[in-house]
Design a protein around this ligand. Structure first.
Ligand SMILES: CC(=O)N[C@H]1[C@@H](OP(=O)(O)OP(=O)(O)OC[C@H]2O[C@@H](n3ccc(=O)[nH]c3=O)[C@H](O)[C@@H]2O)O[C@H](CO)[C@@H](O)[C@@H]1O
Ligand SMILES: C=C(OP(=O)(O)O)C(=O)O
Length: 513
């Protein structure tokens, strides 16, 4: 409670937070009431701020909604944003979350020491480090540059897996590929992560079955069983061109002596980084950047290897969106241009002005980078709907940024998020800041622009990109905004608030009490 706030206002704010958290979980008042053993009218009173709440009741509501409504000390962090802001200066794009997590999983293929350079220091990586530590893997940040050393033990202790950490990420599913070379049977907890609706695991199972892996899913666990007599005897055709499924197939193939052909493979940025790392381990990989990968695996891998994952195209897109929404001139350094070309082409059609430097190579010696300088531009809505596709399409994770960009453009923008059942809905949070976003169905969004943004207080949507989209709109909003419970942003971005502040944004991080 701030000093000049009346006690009743405070009840109203808590009521709003509870209502927002309930809606994020997709629950009706009656469903929440049932979880708490109370009546729907009591929930209605609570949400309207007409009810005194005990701390115990608040804690129970928090548990029922899987959201910390109030917390002491080490509770969730929140952001206070003062806007509108104009950003200036230069910022470096960090290495990608998705390569980071793939490489951490892939390090299990190597019995020697893996050193990964400039790894993004984000919560998703932290969770995987906890899981690795629980298996007996030694990991340590070796310097202030975020270089990370990984030394696996002779034998992994798969019975001691840190279940809580594992359940907080989806990336743990990428342990299947490397672990099938380490054990005859093992169990992994169901993968978690952002709340984006159901995400399939079947393509992973069918990609790994040719390596003798059989997985039964019961009681929240995948029970894996290996039959070493089974080996791939023909090309593995992925049923979906997914990124992590391609990575699982690659990791399984890396320790399968002989040639494995993977068709309908993703050629996306994190897959390319994984291929470059496998090559550094001595695995032969042909077809990098295409949808057919041919892998000649090794009997065993025991090398000390040093690899530098490349820069994150999704972070680069986030920074582009930050500049566009705030009408700022900034330079985004180290942007992986190959994975941003379609996004920039669409933005150019919308009237966005920018300059690019000559290309230069990332530290991995393979990925092409540029610096992008943005200019304040008057945008118009794109003529056609924006529709992501597996690479080389417009990146699936970049789609949400077009919601906030569409909101500042003149006209009507349509987005089609065919991939996730439960992501587009969070874009309607922009309406609380003055946006005019309509959910046409769970996958299609209509956005009217331009928008006159006004600051407000809201809880982070439980999905990484929509949460950042809301934060970016707050930078452009008049007055003070509060974004609560920002763990989901830290899952995928290192020090985003601090780095935006270094460009002139007024963002303060705080905790309750
Ligand atoms: C750690 C990591 O690298 N995560 C990325 C990876 O997750 P990941 O590889 O885990 O993505 P999923 O396998 O969950 O795919 C996302 C959704 O798209 C569907 N699907 C995917 C491919 C396809 O050809 N057809 C199809 O229908 C899947 O059924 C699923 O519902 O890819 C996603 C889609 O690019 C990105 O959002 C994630 O950031
Ligand atoms: C959906 C995303 O990632 P993950 O696969 O880690 O949930 C994302 O990065 O936007």
């Amino acid at each position: 409670m701030t000093q000049d706030e009346q006690p009743d206002d405070y009840k109203g704010r808590i009521g709003n937070l509870i209502r927002d958290a309930r809606k994020h979980r997709g629950l009706t008042q009656a469903q929440l009431a049932e979880r708490l053993g109370t009546s729907q009218s009591a929930i209605n009173r609570i949400e309207k701020g007409h009810q005194n709440l005990s701390l115990e009741m608040l804690a129970r509501i928090g548990t029922a909604l899987d959201s910390e409504i109030v917390a002491l000390g080490a509770g969730p962090t929140h952001l206070r944003v003062k806007g509108p802001t104009t950003l200036t200066g230069s910022i470096d794009v960090k290495t990608s979350k998705n390569a980071g997590v793939a490489l951490l999983c892939a390090s299990l293929l190597n019995r020697g020491r893996t050193t990964l350079r400039k790894v993004a220091r984000i919560e998703e990586v932290n969770r995987l480090l906890e899981v690795l530590a629980s298996l007996g893997v030694q990991t340590r940040w070796i310097n202030a540059e975020n270089d990370l050393e990984i030394i696996p033990p002779k034998e992994l202790d798969l019975t001691k897996i840190d279940e809580e950490a594992a359940r907080r990420t989806r990336s743990v599913i990428m342990f299947l590929g490397p672990l099938l070379h380490r054990a005859e049977t093992f169990d992994l907890p169901y993968a978690g992560g952002c709340n984006l609706g159901t995400r399939t695991v079947e393509p992973h199972m069918s990609a790994l079955r040719p390596f003798g892996l059989d997985v039964k899913a019961t009681d929240g666990w995948y029970h894996a069983q290996l039959n070493r007599a089974i080996e791939p005897d023909r090309p593995i055709v992925l049923t979906e061109r997914g990124d992590t499924v391609t990575e699982n197939a690659l990791m399984a193939a890396a320790l399968h002596p002989g040639r494995t052909v993977i068709r309908n493979a993703s050629s996306n940025y994190m897959v390319q980084d994984l291929c470059f790392y496998l090559q550094a381990l001595g695995v032969e990989v042909e077809g990098i950047g295409t949808t057919t990968l041919t892998v000649t695996g090794c009997e065993s891998i025991d090398v000390d290897v040093d690899y530098s994952p490349s820069e994150d195209p999704i972070e680069a897109m986030s920074l582009l969106a930050a500049a566009i929404v705030t009408r700022s001139e900034i330079t985004i350094q180290r942007a992986p241009i190959e994975f941003l070309e379609i996004e920039l082409a669409v933005l150019e059609e919308m009237g966005f002005h920018y300059d690019l430097t000559e290309e230069y190579l990332a530290a991995n010696g393979r990925t092409r980078l540029v610096d992008i300088t943005t200019h304040a531009s008057d945008l118009v809505a794109p003529r056609d709907k924006i529709h992501p596709m597996p690479f080389p399409g417009l990146n699936i994770d970049n789609l949400p940024f077009f919601a906030v960009i569409g909101a500042v453009a003149h006209g009507t923008t349509y987005l089609h998020d065919w991939v996730y059942d439960n992501r587009a809905i969070y874009l309607t949070e922009l309406n609380k800041l003055g946006g005019r976003v309509t959910l046409l169905d769970p996958h299609r969004v209509q956005i009217e622009g331009p928008t006159s943004w006004t600051g407000t207080e809201l809880v982070c949507p439980p999905a990484l990109r929509p949460a950042v989209v809301v934060l970016l709109a707050m930078l452009a909003s008049k007055g003070t905004s509060v974004l609560r419970s920002t763990y989901v942003i830290h899952r995928g971005y290192e020090d985003l608030a601090e780095r935006l502040s270094s460009l002139g944004a007024e963002i303060e991080t705080f905790r309750d009490i």
